[in-house]
Write a new protein. Sequence first.
Length: 314
Amino acid sequence: MDESSLASAEIPLEWAGERFDRALARLFPEYSRSRLAAWIKAGRALLDGERVKASARVLGGELIELDPESAPDQRLEPEPIPLSIVYQDEALIVVDKPAGLTVHPGAGQARGTLQNALLHHFPELARLPRAGIVHRLDKDTSGLLVVARSERAHRALVEALSTRQVGREYLAVVQGVPVAGGAIEAPIGRHPRDRLRMAVVEGGRQAITHFRVRERFAAHALLAVRLETGRTHQIRVHLAHLGFPLVGDPLYGGKPRFPEGASPALRETLAGFRRQALHAESLELVHPAEERSLRFRAEPPTDLKALIEALRRG
């Protein structure tokens, strides 16, 4: 595959049983189905690194790698969705994504995504796979995300991510209080019974998460979490597996836990926090054209700040 235009995406768990060609079309709606079919036959669309037939059934959680031969079909509509741009130059853009914004179209959503917004603010991104998006954040995770603005930058960023040369640190508010930080090295794959979830499973893909305790509260903690790998829902799965699920996580968090003697205000805040308390706070990478180190930091959004303050007050 030509790394200069390589794009990748992970198949959502709920698509288990879908045909490979249909999953590919849903993940890459900027390309026509006829073009995608031709690329499957040519071996330019791989499923977990293997050539498969268009009719092959997916399990959910596999990685698709696509090597487009030319510029994408301009089928996605640019939309004037506001963006918080932390940094931009001729090679890349760093965005502070709000919680609630889906990164790219898929699963029946062709509008209202970060990709639609990027095409409006930076029309030249239409010539790049997925408008230059090289990694993703879950819809309800806020924070920093880097976007390539040129083919050279796209190639370099894809390579840097695959070789773990991009530093990503997150803020996470968890239920329970870890005694100390540490590393979690446990393989992640599709949950054996619930296809909407990931889990630590034997035979899953390697996943490594590092964390340290930044602040302790009565029955919760604020963690700084660093990814070494980038699996679907990795932080959420690993911390829940350790017994410290994220506050508000609809898939892995369970019911809210209230510390003994919690004030009515704290109870209301914890019960009302309806997204995973996770924020991509910092991003470190080497500039793809100038080979200088770049470091970015994004303050947590208002709702997460309010949650932390409520926990401090008890």
